[in-house]
Design a protein. Sequence first.
Length: 505
Amino acid sequence: MKYRPLMILGTGSDVGKSILVAALCRIFYQEGIRVAPFKAQNMALNSFITTEGGEMGRAQVVQAQAAGLAPQVDMNPILLKPCGGLGCQVIVQGKVYANLGAHDYYRQKPRLVRRVMASFRRLQAAHELIILEGAGSAAELNLKKSDLVNFSMAKRAGAAVLLVADIDRGGVFAATIGTFHLLTMAERRLLAGFIINKFRGEPALFHDGVEIIQTRTRRPVFGVLPFIPDLNLPQEDSVALERKIRHPGETGQERLRFGIVRLPHISNYTDFDPLEQEPGVTLSYLDPRQNLTAMDVVIIPGTKNTIADLGYLQQSGLAFRLQEYARQGGHLIGVCGGYQILGQVVKDPLGVEGAMPEAAGLGLLPIVTTMAGEKTTTQVEARVVGLPGSGHSIKGYEIHMGITEVVGPGQAVFEIYRRQGQAVQVPDGWARPDQRIWGSYIHGLFDNDDFRRALLQRFRTLKGLGANLGSLPSFATAVEAEFDRLAEIVRRHLDLSQLRALIEN
């Protein structure tokens, strides 16, 4: 059976669109419907590589997992990765299209719309129900002429639209009723109703508010969803990262303290979600004012612009403090761009990241990186060879422009034995002989349960801690349980019979 597409739009950014789409994907998947997520255009620095080697936004990866699907680039045909002064790197159907400023990007709209619709039609042909997600506010008047992700996409897809508002931030009547009155008549015809999200307290207390919204807009409120403060699902945007920074994890003498350097162009910080969920770990995002010596392990994460972030580390004084931390026996890990930063120098002869031809690294690993013109995007399987847990196999993915050469002593961290399903034998990463400082190009390292446990046990032993405080049994299992918990919460507070009637028309 084919259902009418359903589109979730928002009254603003960070109102809960992505999580709600994931919840609906899980609900309909549980009901036996072949459902798939779709977002025409996503702007994010957190991305993922599919089995085919295509790059897409993490939010649609999470939604695909909720729907019981392997992620594919048609679910997110356009990914925009901000590059600072260079505008955005535009990824179309999984591959780099161009680096474009806003004006040049909008000029490409007719061509991009064709690519978007090709992806949507392929997805729709293979599934019974498509749940689309919009971006930001659905009523940005100055952007409507160039819109390809909100109401214009709903019109092309023939989707019924639900508008989500975040009551926790305040102004929910202005957000809902105000947005409604900014819509054109054609947009209002597509709008089926509202969902109020992140309500604290008993939803029945907002009964009068529901009546006001329904009276002023002549559209039903499909549900009042509760605020869920402890939801442990990967999130991709900068607002979610700000919440992590404002609300650091628990502290305690028996806990390992991990610090993630908060780079200006930080990418793929979802790499560290498994560590954040470990009961014996406190994970914090570090700014220049924080004390590195309090950390048992410091991680330099991925970045969309390695050279610019090296400049930030130098100017902020963090570079010197990281070097001092290393000299005093600290443990440092670099992932992707963070791995490059740990090296001697990063060269950019082609101007891939900007006008600066090279920048000195932290000098903590004997490696030299040269930026290449072609991006490496591939899933990998590898064996641990230079760290605790040697012999264990891991799975992950690579997203990088750099080619790194080893110029000094140490050992490879991993041996990649499969790339995109093809047998290979390629070393990855580098560790100093004492293993205190190491880096790798592989994202998703800590998702691998055996590797993560071996690494954490090593740090607990070095710190003189006893038995582990308990361990996350399986990150993948924990994520599946969160999807089911989220679906159950949404089921209790959303009028699903009304929703089914909407998509069955």
